[in-house]
Design a protein around this ligand. Structure first.
Ligand code: ADP
Length: 641
């Protein structure tokens, strides 16, 4: 008899094919993780059902004990992972096991290099999940049924991982999901109870759901045969829980090993690598909650994606409520992962309620303090780890002073910068160190912002600071403009851009040069007037400089104007900002300027000024309105010498 045509074939989304291929090839050295991933999914499915059943207790009636079973069949060469969790509908199966919904998947795939070790790490950051089954299996069958639905609405998904899968409606007596892995020929090592148990305790001990395996024991049976007592041994199959199956965070810290903390992290963060650091706290008193907070070692590939949900895994009285509860963390700490288990929140809490909830605000404030002190400790006790942290997440932390006014000073202590003290691109100077190095008379924290490190390091604005031995912070991250407009002082010292306003070095100014400056001022009146005539309304003003030593000119931003970088940032964000007019400063000690003072040829003078102005704009990382004319003029001037 021919079967009714209920089986349909679908193609995987291109990204899935690519990911599977990569996974099979680059994660081969770590293939046992497939079990962790599938158990982790089963555990999530149980959590989801428990949560749904708060609303509809009927969902659980047929079977109230949530579990996951791991089984194998030596003859059929299969491993079976079965759960009685939420299950999936047909549409969900197609969506979840045929596509990747994550934003940024394409960018992620483009970053892959073909270098196995590197790609394995990247895939780890991306999260491996269900598709990792194909590392060890050349055929995977998923049989699933949504909790609360009719047995006839089961679905069977079958694939050999090579581009296509089939979907068929089936009758499934039990709710939940069963995954059958047909192992590749060389994977027999997994058809072994001891091996599977070992993997489970290694990776999944922290899973709160009982993980059940079969255990064969030999039992002696006494019987009477022909009036004679005979002892026979018989194999009896029992079920055995192979993991600890308690919420790890409810245990005392001393009972938890580092390995277990790390595995909990990997489950929660879907990360592959160990975290840099963690902190486990039980809070009792007015509010009662337990948190386990982790600082990852590496930024996930989508950390900088706008709108990407981040946050903690929320439990209420041990019941999983939701992933990515972002209300518990401010945006600048969105890289922190972990769990929070509260005794004060209602079990039926929704995302909407989370938004304006006093309890959550208090918990969040306490968590922020906890995270900042965790970072402080890392910075003081484990400098290398902190450097790693800074490289990955420093830019996020720089958003802190603008977002979190209350903790501004504490965040400021955690910031790291490049500076003229070391002159390397490495951001490892703290503000405390900077302040400790202030020279006598210095009461400001000086900084320069630029597009690149070299532009910052070689900025003409630094000349006077170099000469006087004053350290200047070299800021080249996009976020720095934002940071310095919100962090205006540290330990009573105000921040001052070296490219802004009239340079007032206060007590740092030495008397002799000040007097000399005043002396020559009058001598240049005429020249400055002529310069202004040439440049017209392209500049706000022209004046003699106190900050230049080696360069003839530089452009300065007026005290209240936006910097070039800020303008660029705002434009990139789609805002219309008028271009600011700079102030041109000229160096009265520079031989070129001294020569210009006596230049009588008007056209020649104008050419010089045009070139010097354009040079100053270029040195600032700015763009010329008319680069071709600049080149032409410069060449003409070069020829006359
Ligand atoms: P992730 O778990 O990171 O979301 P996966 O590729 O592992 O990614 O799984 C994709 C989705 O498939 C899951 O988010 C979940 O909705 C669904 N899924 C996977 N395994 C199960 C399961 N055992 N029970 C119910 N749903 C599952």
């Amino acid at each position: 008899m021919s079967q009714p045509a209920t089986k349909e074939t679908y193609g995987f989304q291109a990204e899935v094919k690519q990911l599977m291929h990569l996974m099979i090839h680059s994660l081969y050295g770590n293939k046992e993780i497939f079990l962790r991933e599938l158990i982790s999914n089963a555990s999530d499915a149980a959590d989801k059902l428990k949560f749904e059943s708060l609303r509809d207790p009927n969902l659980m009636v047929e079977d109230t004990e949530l579990k996951v079973w791991v089984d194998f069949d030596k003859d059929a060469r299969t491993i079976i992972i079965r759960d009685n969790g939420i299950g999936m509908t047909e549409e969900e199966v197609i969506q979840n096991l045929g596509t990747i919904a994550k934003s940024g998947t394409r960018e992620f795939l483009q970053k892959l290099t073909g270098d196995q070790a590197k790609d394995a790490r990247l895939i780890g950051q991306f999260g491996v999940g269900f598709y990792s089954a194909f590392i060890v299996a050349d055929k995977v069958i998923v049989r699933t049924r949504l909790a609360g639905s009719d047995p006839s609405s089961g679905v069977e998904w079958v694939s050999n991982g090579e581009g296509e899968y089939t979907i068929e409606k089936i009758t499934k007596d039990t709710r939940g999901t069963e995954i059958i892995l047909h192992l590749r020929p060389e994977e027999d090592e997994f058809l072994n109870a001891w091996r599977l148990k070992h993997i489970i305790t290694k990776y999944s001990d922290h899973i709160t759901l009982p993980i059940i395996m079969k255990k064969e024991t030999m039992e002696e049976m006494k019987s009477d045969k022909d009036a004679k007592e005979v002892t026979e041994t018989k194999a009896v199959v029992e079920e055995e829980v192979v993991n600890r199956a308690t919420a790890l965070w409810t245990l005392p810290k001393n009972d938890i090993t580092d390995e277990q903390y790390k595995e909990l992290y990997k489950h929660v963060a879907h990360d592959f690598e160990d975290p840099l650091s963690w902190s486990h706290n039980k809070v009792e008193g007015k509010l009662e909650y337990t948190s386990v907070l982790y600082i990852p070692a590496r930024a996930p590939f989508d950390l900088w994606h706008m709108g990407k949900a981040r946050g903690l895994k929320l439990y209420v009285q041990r019941v999983f409520i939701m992933d990515d509860a972002e209300q518990f963390l401010p945006h600048y700490l969105r890289f922190v992962r972990g769990i929070i288990d509260s005794n004060d929140l209602p079990l039926n809490i929704s995302r909407e309620i989370l938004q304006n909830n006093r309890t959550i605000e208090s918990i969040r404030a306490a968590l922020v303090k906890r995270i900042l002190s965790m970072l402080e400790q890392l910075a003081s006790d484990e400098k290398e780890k902190y450097a790693k942290f800074w490289k990955e997440f420093g830019q996020a932390l720089k958003e802190g002073p603008a977002e979190d006014f209350a903790n501004k000073e504490q965040i400021a202590k955690l910031l790291r910068f490049a500076s003229t003290h070391k002159n390397t691109e490495l951001q490892d100077v703290s503000l405390e160190e900077y302040v400790a190095r202030l020279i006598p008379g210095q009461n400001k924290i000086y900084f320069v912002t630029a597009e690149t490190f070299n532009a910052a390091k070689n900025s003409p604005h630094l000349e006077i600071f170099r000469k006087k031995g004053i350290e200047v912070l070299l800021l080249t991250d996009r976020i720095d403009e934002w940071l310095t407009s919100h962090l205006t002082e540290f330990q009573g010292k105000s921040f001052q851009s070296v490219a802004r306003g009239g340079l007032d070095l206060g007590e740092l100014e030495d008397k002799a040069s000040d007097e000399k400056h005043k002396e020559v001022e009058g001598d240049f009146d005429e020249t400055l007037k002529k310069i202004k005539e040439v440049l017209g309304d392209r500049i706000k003003d022209v004046r003699l400089s106190r900050r230049l030593i080696d360069s003839p000119t530089c452009v300065v931003i007026d005290e209240n104007d936006m910097t070039t970088q800020m303008e660029r940032m705002m434009r990139a964000a789609g805002q219309h900002v008028p271009k600011h007019k700079p102030i041109l400063e000229v160096n009265p000690d520079h031989s070129m300027i001294i020569r210009l003072k006596t230049e009588t040829d008007k056209a020649h003078f104008a050419d010089w000024i045009e070139v010097l102005f354009d040079q100053a704009v270029l040195a600032e990382g700015g763009q010329l309105d008319d680069p071709a004319s600049f080149v032409k003029r410069l060449n003409a001037l070069l020829l006359t010498h």
